[in-house]
Design a protein around this ligand. Structure first.
Ligand SMILES: *[C@@H]1O[C@H](CO)[C@@H](O)[C@H](O)[C@H]1NC(C)=O
Ligand SMILES: *[C@@H]1O[C@H](CO)[C@@H](O)[C@H](O)[C@H]1NC(C)=O
Length: 590
């Protein structure tokens, strides 16, 4: 920092593609700080160090960081803290950062706020963490594989064509124009390619350049040669996609100064700075818009993925029940997580991996919505408290995300009431019927209403999109977004209730938006949800007297349907089948 006369150096947690789950070689923020959470930025001065992160990680950050670090409790967006901190201090500060690791929108915002203060962002060619990181892991460069058409449902050529048409729709003149895609799930989706080497997500490091000129439709994939063995090279050639080296993107862009280039607000600042300002157009991501709407084969694949995951989840819950209750053995949160992964591997037949670190939490740990059990600090699962498991497998058919909360002893009134209100919110979203044009954020309050009635709430979103063998957080639709919901949009619904320091409950299932199929309702103008998740909802914490008749019928029908879907696959697993029968039979705590 002194060599470059820096007062600050920023170490963001993202990679050059603004990814949430990143390769080990990109874990710079973890290396410099020791904090392992998946969000948060290190802000280092010559005399002190700050770690700014959002509420999901405050407790974890305090536990993992040593006395050199000050935890800054901020929101997901750290730019506000940085700007306040800089403008509250002496003028003329120099803030170093690797321009590849910060987004165009974050940089332009910060610059607009600190320029008057005579302070500046300084973009260095070398990354200062990499300079001191002696045993930095090498970058993942495993060969790619084609994501089969039976899962994808649309050839890459058709996706590229639709993308070009979609962009041209929004441009008065698309001649001499191109777009550069840096978002890894978008590249993988567009080309029907997948990779390995990045934990949890089948992604690969690449950039994709797509020209929009009708007479010169160039498509160039910037990808390391080691990732394109002959079969992949042939696949790309047949698609009319040219390949250049991953690092050639920089020289390539600076040689295209005559072209107008479309980027998104989340494109890295380094990429945007290769494009002359008057030639750079910033628009929301068209690729993410397209990949958000699943085609009928993708939805079909997702149904299969959720059935597989449902079998594994059910086997896991039955195993847990038998260990804790019948055998009266202690199980830690960590052991439970490992066991679940084993059940999933059987379903995934070699392709399996978790879509994220599974959340397996008992008692107070479940009150931390993003708690991840570690081998040496995991709690023994407490029979007197709810046990929450939020996890999902990656299958070739799709990416799963499910949460169930169970109680293996006798729940108290407060737990049962909270659980029942969460369930009512879950049902309210699942059964919603809404006119075309309705956005997720307009439905959000349905999930919270039963909790609000009692002065309760949860501090996270109600649900997000997810991928088809891609990432677990995806797309432009969610219950916090103002994007109108449309058939093919997939969303999780996951209301929760957390008593800090004591326990937490959450019920999460996956849904797909379909046309309303209800007698008397105009199909063309009304929408509803179909459920993908096939895991029974635990009833021991249900206070039946709080449910309406319709809610009771819904719950019983849901569990009955899960039973019918799962039972044929559990013929050889008597223990799970017995548990499932018991679980879906009606029980009552009142
Ligand atoms: C900074 O980037 C994050 C992540 O892309 C985004 O959510 C946030 O809105 C950005 N903030 C500003 C001020 O641009
Ligand atoms: C959560 O459940 C899954 C099964 O869906 C299992 O693989 C995983 O091990 C469980 N996690 C924990 C921490 O118990």
């Amino acid at each position: 920092m002194r060599k470059y006369s820096l007062d600050y150096y920023l170490v963001p947690s993202e990679d050059a593609h603004n990814g949430e789950y990143i390769a080990d070689s990109d874990q710079r923020r973890r290396f410099i700080s020791g904090f392992t959470g998946s969000a948060g930025i290190a802000i280092i001065t010559l005399h002190s160090a700050f770690l700014s992160t959002d509420s999901r990680f405050w407790i974890q950050a305090r536990e993992e960081l040593d006395h050199n670090w000050i935890v800054v409790k901020s929101s997901y967006d750290w730019t506000g803290f940085l700007v306040d901190h800089i403008t509250g201090g002496p003028k003329g500060t120099r803030i170093g950062v690797d321009g590849r690791l910060v987004t165009y929108s974050n940089v332009t915002y910060i610059q607009s706020k600190i320029t008057n203060h005579k302070s500046e962002l300084v973009f260095l060619d070398e990354n200062l963490v990499d300079v001191i990181w002696k045993d930095r892991p090498s970058e993942p460069r495993e060969p790619l594989f084609v994501h089969d058409l039976v899962y994808a449902g649309e050839p890459a050529s058709s996706k590229l064509r639709r993308l070009r048409e979609r962009v041209r729709e929004d441009m008065t003149d698309s001649s001499n124009t191109a777009t550069i895609i840096t978002h890894l799930p978008s590249i993988a989706w567009l080309l029907n390619l997948r990779g390995s080497g990045i934990p949890y997500n089948p992604l690969f490091h690449a950039y994709l350049y797509i020209s929009l000129d009708k007479h010169n439709e160039e498509t160039i994939l910037f990808l390391d040669s080691s990732q394109a063995p002959p079969d992949i090279q042939t696949y790309l050639t047949n698609l009319h996609v040219e390949r250049m080296g991953y690092d050639e993107i920089w020289n390539f862009l600076s040689s295209k100064t005559d072209k107008t280039i479309i980027i998104t607000p989340k494109t890295s600042y380094a990429i945007s700075s290769q494009i002359p300002q008057e030639k750079c157009i910033v628009l929301p991501s068209f690729a993410e818009e397209l990949l958000s709407r699943k085609n009928s084969m993708e939805v079909d694949s997702l149904r299969k993925a959720y059935l597989k995951d449902g079998i594994a989840f059910t086997q896991f819950l039955a195993w847990l029940d038998s260990k804790l209750v019948s055998e009266n053995e202690d199980v830690t949160e960590f052991e439970a997580a490992e066991r679940l992964t084993e059940f999933r591997k059987t379903q995934g037949k070699g392709t399996y991996r978790d879509q994220k670190e599974p959340i397996s939490a008992s008692g107070p740990n479940a009150a931390l919505p993003h708690y991840v059990a570690k081998r040496d600090t995991a709690r023994v699962i407490d029979r007197n408290l709810p046990y929450l498991n939020d996890s999902g497998g990656q299958y070739l058919e799709g990416t799963c995300d499910t949460t169930r909360t169970v109680h293996l002893g006798t729940p108290d009134q407060a737990m049962s009431e909270a659980y029942t209100r969460v369930l009512q919110g879950h049902i309210a979203i699942s059964t919603a019927i809404f006119p075309i044009g309705t956005s997720g954020d307009q439905l959000d309050a349905l999930a919270r209403r039963p909790l609000w009635k009692n002065g309760l709430d949860y501090g996270h979103g109600t649900g997000h999109g997810f991928g088809t063998f891609l990432t677990v957080h995806e797309g432009i639709q969610s219950f916090s977004s103002n994007v109108p919901l449309a058939p093919g949009h997939v969303l999780t619904v996951e209301p929760g209730c957390y008593k800090e320091g004591k326990w937490g409950v959450r019920i999460e299932s996956a849904l797909v938006v379909t046309k309303a199929n209800i007698p008397g309702i105009d199909q063309e103008n009304w929408l509803q949800f179909e459920r993908l998740t096939v895991v029974p909802i635990h009833t021991r914490m249900v206070k039946w007297s709080m449910l309406t008749r319709a809610e009771k019928v819904w719950l019983e029908e849901h569990n009955q349907k899960c039973y019918e879907a799962l039972a044929p696959h559990l013929k050889n697993d008597k223990q799970t089948l017995r548990w499932l029968r018991r679980e879906v039979g009606v029980s009552d705590v009142d």
